[in-house]
Design a protein around this ligand. Structure first.
Ligand code: F6R
Length: 616
C-alpha cells in the first residue's frame, strides 16, 4: 500500500507530479506529501488527509513552481496514526534528504535506537523515517546515493519500495524489494511510480524494476540499475505500454466504481477473446498454461484456490465449478491462512490456482512464492500485467483493464470467467462429448450480451437501495454457487457503505444466524431458478415466520415461485446455472453502490482501505 512518485530531469511543474500522485490514491489516502528542490532548498509540504487537501495547501504557495527533482507520496498508515507529522516525505536532520516509502521496515525499532544513540533526532512514529536518517548517516562515508543505498538495503528488513533524493547532490535513488516500482523514461527525464497509469501522462516507455533493483540517477541525469540480490549491475528492457490515459478517467460517470460496473460486458468479452471457440466448442488456453495442465493432468487429483478478499470469493466459486465440472477434488483457502499451515501434502497431486487482481497482494504472493520454492504446480490469475504474480508465475491473466475504484467489481467478474475457462479446459481433456460443457461454452460466449442488456435498466435496484439504505444490518443468503456471491455482495456493502452485513449458505441460517432475524435486519436472498429453488423457498418462509424482511434476487423463471413470500424482489434474466453468479453479483454490486452513493459516502475510496495490500 501507499503510492510513491519520483521525478528527476529538466524542470517540471511540481503540480503535474501531484496530478500523477492522484492516480495512486487508490493505494492509500490518509495523508499525502511532496518534497522538491526549489532554488537549492528542499521544500517539503505534507498533510493528513487526501491529495486534494495537499493541492489546496500547495496551490496557495507554490502553484507555478517548477523543479528538477521531486518526490511525492500518498499513505495508507501502518506505523503511526495518520497525521501531518507521520505523512511522507520524511527528511533527515540536515534537511537535505527526503524519502518516500511503500512497505514496512520490520526492524525499524532497533535501527531507530541505534541512530538515536548516534545523535539523530526522529520526529515521527513511522518505520519509514529510519530511511532518511540511515541515508544521512551513510552519506558521511560515501558521497553518493548509490553506494549509500547499497548500505541501507543491508541494514533494513521487510518490504520496501522507496525513493530518496538528495538536494545537495542532485541525485535520486529508487529501490524495489517486494513492492512494485516502475520507471517512465522520456527525453532524458525519469518519472518513477508505484504503477503504470500514473506514468502514462508523461510517457509510454517504461522499465519494470525487479525485486532487488536499485535505480540510481546522478546529477547529470545518467542512470544505472544494480540488483542488490545478485550483486551486479544489470540492464532492464525498456517496454512500450499501449494503454491509453483515458483508462484512468471517469468518462462521464459519477464514480469509477459505476464506470467499472458498466464496463463488465466488455471485460467478459476481452477475457474470453481467442480463448473460446463456439464452432468447435473448445477452449484455447494461453500456451504456457495449456502446457502445464496438459503435462500434469494425469498426476493431479485436486485443485486448490488461494487468494484474499474478493479474489478469494472467486476462488470459492472456483471450488464449486471444479466439483461440478471436473473429476478433481477442489479446495479454497484464504492465502493468509494457507501460508502458515503445515503443508504435509503431496504437492505433485495438486494444481494451485492463485488469484490476485493486483498481483501484488503480500499474503497471496508470499504463499505462492513459498509453494513455488517447494516445486508446486501453480497457475496465477492476475489482472495487472507486469505485476509480480504475472511475472513470476505461469499466468492466465484476466483482461479487465485497470480498476481504480478501491472495491473490486469488474475484476471479480473477469476472475470468474478465467476460472470457468480453466475448469472447462480441464474437463474437456477427459470428457470431450459432455453436453453440459457444450451448452456452457455456448452460453458463456454470449453472456456479455445478457449482462449488457441487464445493465441498461437498473432503476429497480436503485429504488430498493433508496428504500433500504438506512438499515444498519443485513444478512446475505445463497446456496451452492450463490454462496460465494452472497459473501461478495456482503463484502461490497460493508466496504463502501460501512453497513454490517453477514453472509451464510442459506442452509446454515437455521444453525445459528436465524437468531439475528427481526424487522431490523433485512435479508438479501439469492434465489435463481435451479434444482434448489424449493429448498430456498423453505428458507425464505422460515425467515418470514420470524418477521424478517426479505429482498429476493430472482430470475424470470424463479420469480413466480418466490414473489408472494418476500417483501421486495429484483428480477434478473434467467441464464445457465454456472453463469448465474455473474449476473447476481452485478446486481449486488449496484445495490451496494447506490446505497453508498445515497449515503453520500466516498464510493471510490472507502475509509481504511487500500487497493493493493502489500503488507502481511
Ligand atoms: C474488495 C477488495 C479486496 C481485494 C483483496 C485482494 O473489494 O478489493 O478484498 O479483493 O485485497 O486483492 P488482490 O485481488 O489484488 O489480491
Amino acid at each position: 500500500m501507499c503510492g510513491v512518485v519520483g521525478y528527476k530531469g529538466k524542470n517540471i511543474k511540481v503540480a503535474d507530479i501531484i496530478e500523477s500522485l492522484k492516480l495512486l490514491e487508490y493505494r492509500g489516502y490518509d495523508s499525502a506529501g511532496i518534497a522538491f528542490n526549489y532554488n537549492g532548498d528542499l521544500v517539503v509540504q505534507k498533510n493528513e488527509g487526501k491529495i486534494d487537501k495537499l493541492l489546496i495547501n500547495f496551490n496557495g504557495k507554490y502553484e507555478d513552481i517548477s523543479s528538477n527533482i521531486v518526490i511525492a507520496h500518498t499513505r495508507w498508515a501502518t506505523h503511526g496514526v495518520p497525521n501531518d507529522i507521520n505523512a511522507h516525505p520524511h527528511i533527515d536532520c540536515t534537511k537535505k534528504i527526503a524519502v518516500v516509502h511503500n512497505g514496512i521496515i520490520e526492524n525499524y525499532k532497533e535501527i531507530k535506537e541505534e541512530l538515536i544513540n548516534k545523535g539523530h533526532n526522529f520526529i515521527s512514529d513511522t518505520d519509514s523515517e529510519v530511511l532518511s536518517h540511515l541515508i544521512e548517516e551513510f552519506l558521511n562515508k560515501y558521497n553518493n546515493l548509490f553506494e549509500v543505498s547499497l548500505e541501507v538495503v543491508k541494514k533494513i528488513k521487510g518490504a520496501f519500495a522507496f525513493v530518496a533524493i538528495s538536494n545537495d547532490l542532485e541525485e535520486l535513488v529508487a529501490v524495489r524489494y517486494e513492492s512494485p516500482l516502475i520507471i517512465g523514461i522520456y527525453d532524458n527525464n525519469y518519472i518513477i511510480a508505484s504503477d503504470i497509469p500514473s506514468i502514462l501522462r508523461f510517457t509510454k516507455k517504461i522499465i519494470v524494476l525487479e525485486n532487488g533493483d536499485i535505480f540510481f540517477i546522478n546529477k547529470k541525469n545518467e542512470y544505472k540499475i544494480y540488483n542488490f540480490i545478485i550483486d551486479k549491475e544489470i540492464k532492464r528492457p525498456i517496454e512500450f505500454v499501449s494503454w491509453d490515459i483515458s483508462i484512468a478517467e471517469k468518462s462521464g460517470y459519477k464514480h469509477f466504481m459505476l464506470k467499472e460496473i458498466m464496463e463488465q460486458p466488455k471485460v467478459i468479452k476481452d477475457t474470453l477473446l481467442e480463448r473460446i471457440n463456439i464452432d468447435s466448442n473448445t477452449i484455447t488456453l494461453d500456451d504456457k498454461v495449456k502446457n502445464l495442465i496438459d503435462l500434469k493432468i494425469n498426476d493431479i487429483n485436486s485443485i486448490v484456490y488461494l487468494a484474499c478478499g474478493t479474489s478469494y470469493h472467486a476462488g470459492l466459486l472456483g471450488r464449486y465449478y471444479t466439483w461440478e465440472l471436473t473429476d478433481l477434488n477442489p479446495d479454497a483457502f484464504y492465502a493468509s491462512e494457507y501460508r502458515y499451515i503445515n503443508k504435509n501434502v503431496n504437492l505433485d497431486k495438486i494444481l494451485y490456482i492463485v488469484i490476485s487482481q493486483s498481483g501484488e497482494t503480500a499474503d497471496t504472493l508470499f504463499v505462492a512464492r513459498e509453494l513455488k520454492r517447494l516445486g508446486a504446480n501453480i497457475i496465477g490469475i492476475p489482472n495487472v500485467i507486469g505485476s509480480s504474480l504475472y511475472r513470476e508465475f505461469i499466468s492466465f491473466n484476466t483482461r479487465a483493464g485497470i480498476e481504480i475504484g478501491v472495491a473490486a467489481t469488474k475484476t471479480f467478474t473477469a476472475q470468474i470467467i478465467a476460472i470457468l475457462l480453466l475448469n472447462l479446459y480441464i474437463s474437456s481433456l477427459k470428457n470431450k462429448d459432455n453436453l453440459i460443457l457444450k451448452d456452457l461454452i455456448q452460453d458463456l460466449a454470449h453472456i456479455h450480451i445478457v449482462v449488457d442488456k441487464f445493465l441498461e435498466d437498473y432503476i429497480k435496484i436503485q429504488e430498493i437501495a433508496i428504500k433500504y439504505k438506512d438499515y444498519e444490518h443485513f444478512l446475505y443468503l445463497g446456496r451452492n454457487l450463490m454462496y460465494p456471491v452472497a459473501l461478495e455482495g456482503a463484502l461490497k456493502l460493508k466496504e463502501i457503505s460501512y453497513i454490517h452485513a453477514e453472509a451464510y449458505p442459506s442452509g446454515e441460517m437455521k444453525h445459528g444466524p436465524i437468531a439475528l432475524i427481526d424487522s431490523k435486519m433485512p435479508t438479501m436472498y439469492l434465489a435463481p431458478y435451479n434444482d434448489l429453488i424449493y429448498k430456498n423457498l423453505s428458507n425464505i418462509q422460515e425467515i418470514k415466520a420470524r418477521k424478517g424482511i426479505i429482498i429476493a434476487l430472482v430470475d424470470n423463471k424463479s420469480v413466480d415461485i418466490v414473489k408472494d413470500y418476500v417483501d421486495d424482489f429484483i428480477v434478473l434474466p434467467y441464464v445457465n446455472k454456472f453463469l448465474q453468479p455473474i449476473l447476481f453479483n452485478i446486481a449486488l454490486q449496484l445495490f451496494a453502490y447506490f446505497v453508498a452513493d445515497l449515503k453520500g459516502l466516498d464510493v471510490d475510496q472507502p475509509r481504511n482501505l487500500a487497493k493493493s495490500v502489500t503488507v502481511e
